[in-house]
Every structure is written in structure tokens, then in C-alpha cells.
Design a protein around this ligand. Sequence first.
Ligand SMILES: [Zn+2]
Length: 331
Amino acid sequence: MQDLTIEGFTVAPGERLRAQMSALELADGSSVQLPLVLINGARPGPRLYVGAGIHGDEVTGVALVNRAISAIDPKTLAGSIVCCPVQQPLALIADHRIPVSQYLKSPLDQAPTDAWTCFPGDPDGNIAQVMAATLFRLISACDAALDVHTPTRGGRYVPIAILPHPNLGAPAREAERMAHLLGTGWIVRGERGMYVADGILCVEATKAGVPCFTFEIGEGGRLEEDQVAIGAQCVTNLLIGLGMIDGDPVPPAETHVMRDFLGLRASRGGLLVTDVPLGAPVKAGDVLCRILNVYGDEVEMVRAPQDGLLVRTTTLGSVSRGERVATLGLL
Ligand SMILES: [Zn+2]
């Protein structure tokens, strides 16, 4: 086995290193430091990139990655791991999806604001583009990658693997195999929408030959022990499945492979009451949630327009017209 060398950091076989990598300079001269965990196994195997927290309120993702990674013994690991548990520290500081202070200061120059959508990035671009370019160097140095998220505040997902566009050839097929190894029980293999668009981390990684998918779990702005435990087990399942660590994976009782998401929006404003539990199968016409006006009158019943699975709920207490109130996974 050889040393693992990433961005000037060197890790001997069978060793682990925590490092900080300067990503960009701020107005006061301080620099944004990307936290890294580099683990070099004692046996040959793949090099896996594991990232979380590219959105600053997705702390359950940060915690579950750390739990899974910290349990690895470098002396028995096959291959190596490049982990960045907080991929956008400026957003974590803001406790918001995006680095709000930079955006509010300079809305024009800092748009686009979300590094997740800016891959492969641009080292001469704005903050989001520079961060994406820096992360993409780490990702490109690996054989496969995993990008961990929760929905942003006010939303809640079942643990779900969301694949890059299936037309990306062999790397996309490998990403799909990895998603099954993760073992969440929920997989979306879609061909349209945000998750498969150009610029998204897993899409650009897969295009570049590094199989990658998005893993969503839990809820933004909340650190939930049960979701951390589930998510860490899923990452451990993936490491076992890739042959990097020994152990028995914990597979789901059933795996739902879905072809698309269908987001449903409120047509009225008011208080939101969700009647169907997260993950439940629903039939066309079923009432998913209701909207009550400020006098307590029911002004809307949001029904499923077709059969599906309730994969994402809105946990906000109130909504305006046009806000998303539920998302179905379509089989
Ligand atoms: Zn996210």
C-alpha cells in the first residue's frame, strides 16, 4: 500500500488524519477552512469520497457521516476515504441552506449562491463557484462518491437515495448499484428535475467518471439521534458492500425504486395539517393534508393526484399559496 496524498496532506497506510484545507479568503483576512478526514487503509481497495453539509442547516447529515467514518479502523480498511463533513462552512455558520451574509452583502455577485448547483465549479468565480471547484478537486481524486443531505428547514424526507440522470452511462449504473448497497429502502431513478440537472454535485461527479448519488434523510435544522443512527448504518452498509470494511450490512425489509418526484403545492394560505404519515403509500384522491385559515376553517384539502408514496412532508406550521406541502414518489 502507498501513502494517500490529497491536497498536500499525506497519510501513511493504516493511518487517519484530520486536516483543514483553506478554501477561500474573507474580508478580515481569515480563511474558510474545509474540515477533512483522510483515512488510508492498510489493504488495497477503492477510494471513496464522502461529503455532507454543503447546505448549512443539514446537521443530521454532518453527524451521521462523522459517526460512520469514526467507526472505521484504518488498520483493517481496504482502500481509502476522503471525507468532508462540512462542505460549505460559511453556510453552517449562518445555520442556513446558503451563506446568507455573503449573499445579502452582494446579491448580484454572489448569485448563484448554492455551491451544490455550481459543479464542477470555477476557481475564478464567486464564493459558491470557488467552493464547488475546491470540492470537485477532492471528488475527482476518488473512485466513487456519496453526497449526504437533509431537506432544508421545514421539510422531512424518508431516508432516500436519489440517483444522477440514468443516461450518464457506466458511472450512473455504478451509482445505482451503490444506492442499493446503501440500503435505505427508497431510491429515486428520475430523469427530470433539480436532482438530475447539470451543475448538481452528483451529476457532475458521475459525468466526470466518479459514480455518485445524493442521500437525503431527516429534516433540516434538527439533529435527530434516530436519523443519525439510521444514516450511519446506511453509510456502513455501503462501505461493506464496496468491500472496504468487514461486517454484515443491515438491509431494508423492502426497497421502493421510484421513477420521479411529484411536488404538491398549496393553493390557499393558512395553517398546515398533514394527515398521512411519512413513507405511507397513497392512492389517487387520498387527502394528504389540509389547510386551515386563521379562523380555523378548513379552506383546502390537498389530495394525491395519483398513486404514490409520501416520501417528503412539509413540517412548517403555516404555508402561503404556492408553498410545497408534500412530495410523492411515483412508482
Ligand atoms: Zn441539501
